[in-house]
Design a protein around this ligand. Sequence first.
Ligand SMILES: *Cc1c(COP(=O)(O)O)cnc(C)c1O
Length: 441
Amino acid sequence: MTVTTDSTKQQSMPVSKASVSASPSQKEWAIKASPAVGRSKNKIRSVVAGLDLSQSQSDKPLINLGLGDPTVFGLHDPPKVALEAMQDALLSGNANGYLPGTGLKEACQAVADYHKRWDGVEYSAEDVTLTHGTSHALDMCFSVMASPDQNVLIPRPGFPAYGTLLGHVGCEIREYEVLADREWECDLEAMERQIDEKTAFILITNPSNPCGNNMTPQHLKDIVDVAERHKVPIIADEIYGHMHWSEWPFVPLASIAKSAPIVTLSGLSKRFLLPGWRFGWVALHDPLNVAGAVRNGLHAWGNRIMGPNTLVQKSLKRILSETPDSWYDEVTRKLEANAKLAYSNLSVIPGLYCTFPTAAMYLLLGFEIEHFPEFPSDVEFCNALVQEQNLFCIPGASFSIDNHMRLVLAAPSNVLQDACDRLREFCAKHYVALDYASVSL
Ligand SMILES: *Cc1c(COP(=O)(O)O)cnc(C)c1O
């Protein structure tokens, strides 16, 4: 008796045309990534990839003022209540399951209460969507609010993730400038000129990364005026909200809008010093009820990946309502002292200039490139700074601004002082005075 195996049976079967053209043995692997990948490059990563941190010629220990992460130097411990609440949530055994995609109602309500207390804006739990970090909140808003045939306005210099995330949407990106000689206020005329009937939103970052400024109440009113005149909603990235030491208050955009929908983004990463917990949110302020499409879109988007992790959601109410005011003050005082130290040291170095940072945790340092002829751009400048001084700062190129570098202020004062001393030594070595003699040569 002959036994026919399955495979011999298959081989003896008549060969169809389709199987000839797609003969598995002849087909080559041809795995491609989506074209969206090419549009989603992170500018910090691609610029910094050109710098070699391991090759420094210096004996000095590395000072890395590049990462916008407030935990790197242990500037300050996170709120104690945050750790306790997380531990309780973990041990309760009650935080292991799924929650509603846009967030647990009590956690959304906690965000509403937090913004009511700090921003003076009324929200309901339904106005809030919880997200996996504020980056996810940005991604969600971009996906929900913009389509490929529209344009959006974002600041320059600005947070590089905006471009990275918008690359996936495929809409046109228009940049309005924030001006160094006006303490990083927006160029409102340029902003307004770029708005047309296809503008999906204006994105405002206040306080700003990388500029470290808190815009004045009047300027924020002027921004809202532009949006309301043109009937364009605002995405307000206020992740650094209330982290300021300017003489004027921090004014949340939602608190002054009369008609424009304001989509406010915030989270635990910066003000609460917990970026690794990956927790953020979107709060929609819609005074005239004209943004129902955005509200529905956010709810739909929240349900795509079932929201951020349950442990933090169950802890959120305590984190937001029980963190003592004195804790926020301590963090701000440290950042303010660092801003003063860095500004007083750096603003007097020949060839460098900056405005005094009044918020967030950055100083955007300009240099007069004509006085440093060895370096064609800020990328080479920052690279030489690593080679000679083992000091790392992110070049302005990552934020779309020439001849600048960003310093993170969330380091202990002795480390910052050391960084300033290294910059002084570096500049003294490379600075070339431009006098009549050298110009006429
Ligand atoms: C850090 C930062 C964020 C987002 O941070 P997450 O870690 O994703 O919460 C968003 N916007 C700006 C301007 C930032 O600096």
